[in-house]
Design a binder for this molecule. Structure first.
Ligand SMILES: [Zn+2]
Ligand SMILES: [Zn+2]
Length: 215
């Protein structure tokens, strides 16, 4: 259960001020709405529909202090936006917000990889391009030989619970490969934190060939 908290008034007045200085606890519901507990009562806010069950909104149709407070807490990253839920990063343990229906191990923005990212293998130092996120744990994901990713000696320093990514060595990447081709390439499987990001979106809308032509 979240404790009621307050925010500095920031020199504001009226509802904008009350939204900040009055003690409130905001709790996300699974359906994308939020429960707001105050000293004066408990209300349900729907950010997307801009509704709240309090009299100020339900009767006077004002953008009430509860709606404002939920919007502030979403902006500050205190609660997930509608449609997302809180999860723990499998690499650093920090809280992160993921789609409500996401399953398996999750990663924060700093530790996630996306298809097209240029990464360095911490073991070999080699450069690779991420082709696919498998989303399954290293101790549950086999490589093509059938041996689990987590069972390799070279992966012992990385978490068994980390999600697995597929990546191709940069020098084996076809020069004309675009983002849509990456999923079909023959790739190797790695636990998330064995790959460190060098450049986000290295292979994107422009193919490697087009990039090299400009370089
Ligand atoms: Zn309200
Ligand atoms: Zn993380």
């Amino acid at each position: 259960m979240r404790r009621k908290t307050t925010l500095p008034s920031d020199g504001l007045a009226g509802r904008a001020r009350r939204a900040r200085v009055e003690p409130m606890a905001v709790r996300p519901l699974r359906d994308g709405r939020y429960v707001v507990e105050t000293d004066g009562g408990t209300y349900v806010v729907d950010v997307e529909a801009r509704t709240c069950t309090c009299p100020d909104n339900a009767i006077r149709h004002a953008r009430c202090k509860h709606l404002r407070r939920v919007a502030i807490e979403i902006t500050r990253g205190e609660v997930p936006p509608p449609g997302r839920r809180s999860a723990t990063c499998a690499v650093c343990g920090d809280e992160t917000f993921v789609p409500m229906d996401a399953t398996g191990p999750q990663l924060c923005r700093d530790h996630e990889h996306r298809a097209g990212d240029l990464v360095r293998d911490r073991e070999s130092g080699g450069l690779l391009v991420v082709t696919r996120a498998l989303g399954t744990r290293a101790d549950e994901t086999p490589t093509e030989t059938g041996k689990l990713v987590a069972a390799f000696e070279s992966n012992r320093d990385y978490g068994n619970h980390e999600p697995v990514f597929e990546a191709v060595y940069l020098d084996s990447l076809p020069v004309n490969a675009g983002l849509s081709d990456l999923g079909g390439l023959h790739a190797y499987r790695f636990p998330a934190s064995r790959l460190s990001r060098v450049e986000r979106g290295f292979v994107g809308a422009r193919t490697l060939g087009e990039r090299l032509a400009r370089a």
